[in-house]
Design a protein around this ligand. Structure first.
Ligand SMILES: Cc1cc2nc3c(=O)[nH]c(=O)nc-3n(C[C@H](O)[C@H](O)[C@H](O)COP(=O)(O)OP(=O)(O)OC[C@H]3O[C@@H](n4cnc5c(N)ncnc54)[C@H](O)[C@@H]3O)c2cc1C
Length: 301
């Protein structure tokens, strides 16, 4: 049994905490922002390996998470569902590089204006519910979550897991982790069951949840503003209605902005008594169980 302090209560920190508690370690989570205040709470969040590197590691981590989420979809109260959806493209496509991570992927007739499309079953993770479930799981397993704004990583007897995302610019003195701003619009649920995704030119997605639909999005490197832009929201809605016309009848509920912690490569590395786990970019949910497994291995060394 190791004493572990996890810094960060987003999806990455909480998943590491649960994984480490399940291994029998003692875990305390310290975080400036509590789970529902984090970037993670803004995530759409569909399983999709997006804006995270390098691919060979992302593939394994994404595949591991896919398996765990498929299991969690059968557990009441997690906010995880397995949903079929369609990814569309303006140009013809080969199979995606992450094909091996999903159980099946089938080409389908593209909608008007698109050159290609495929469908697959993906975990859709309703983040407010899921983060609350993860936090409750931490406490049920004997861990703690405390609000604390740190100016440096803790030192002392514990192994420290640094899951502070953009906070690693300060806490790990790592200026290679930078924000990629993402804005979304939440609209009322009007009976949409399938997710829709156009991952580029520009990225547009429609992710149905139990009581609302997340409509996105943007990818704005180096922009630190968390203020929603009305013009951006209008452009997002126009693109999304092009993809899913029935959204025209859905009332707008809220606007949200999050800052993705982008890095040239996701950092999962042990340096002395610190295990770093940050820089998950646009795929923190998608990678969360895979990177937590690796953190657990590094803590146990
Ligand atoms: C609009 C949008 C849509 C997205 N959609 C998806 C999606 O569909 N699928 C997907 O997989 N991903 C998606 N993402 C990406 C995903 O949200 C991120 O990759 C993920 O949230 C990163 O999680 P994290 O736990 O590393 O960081 P965060 O959620 O940012 O958590 C970081 C934690 O560290 C703490 N911290 C930082 N500094 C300090 C400090 N000095 N002291 C104490 N604590 C500190 C924070 O308070 C916080 O608790 C999306 C992101 C956005 C913005």
């Amino acid at each position: 049994m190791v004493r572990v302090t996890v810094v960060g209560a987003g999806v990455v920190g909480l998943t590491c905490a649960v994984r480490l508690l399940e291994d029998g370690h003692r875990v305390d989570v310290l975080a400036r922002d509590l789970p529902l205040e984090t970037t993670s709470a803004v995530a759409a969040a569909v399983w999709y390996p997006y804006l995270a590197f390098p691919r060979e590691r992302i593939l394994d981590w994404s595949a591991a998470s896919y398996g765990v989420f498929a299991g969690l979809a059968d557990v009441a109260g997690t906010g995880v569902t397995m949903r079929a959806g369609t990814e569309v493209f303006r140009t013809p496509q080969e199979d995606p590089w992450w094909r091996a991570a999903v159980s099946s992927l089938d080409k389908v007739a593209p909608p008007p204006g698109y050159a290609d499309a495929w469908t697959f079953l993906a975990p859709v993770v309703e983040m407010p519910l899921y983060l609350a479930w993860l936090a409750a799981r931490v406490e049920e397993l004997g861990g703690t979550i405390t609000r604390l704004n740190l100016s440096a990583l803790p030192t002392g007897p514990d192994v420290v897991v640094n899951a502070s995302a953009l906070g690693s610019r300060l806490l790990a003195e790592d200026s290679s982790v930078t924000p990629v701003r993402g804005q979304v619009v939440l609209v009322e649920q009007i009976g949409v069951e399938r997710w829709w995704l156009q991952s580029k030119d520009p990225a547009t997605y429609v992710i149905p949840r139990s009581h609302d639909i997340v409509v996105g999005g943007t990818e704005e490197p180096g922009d630190w503003s968390r203020t929603p832009s009305p013009a951006t929201a209008a452009a997002i809605l126009a693109r999304a209605r092009g993809l899913v016309p029935e959204l025209a009848g859905a009332a707008v509920l809220r606007h949200r902005v999050g800052l993705r912690p982008a890095r040239p490569s996701v950092r999962v590395e042990r340096v002395g008594d610190v295990v770093h786990c940050y820089g998950h970019g646009g795929a923190g949910v998608t990678l969360s169980w895979g990177t937590a497994d690796e953190v657990a291995t590094l803590v146990g060394q």
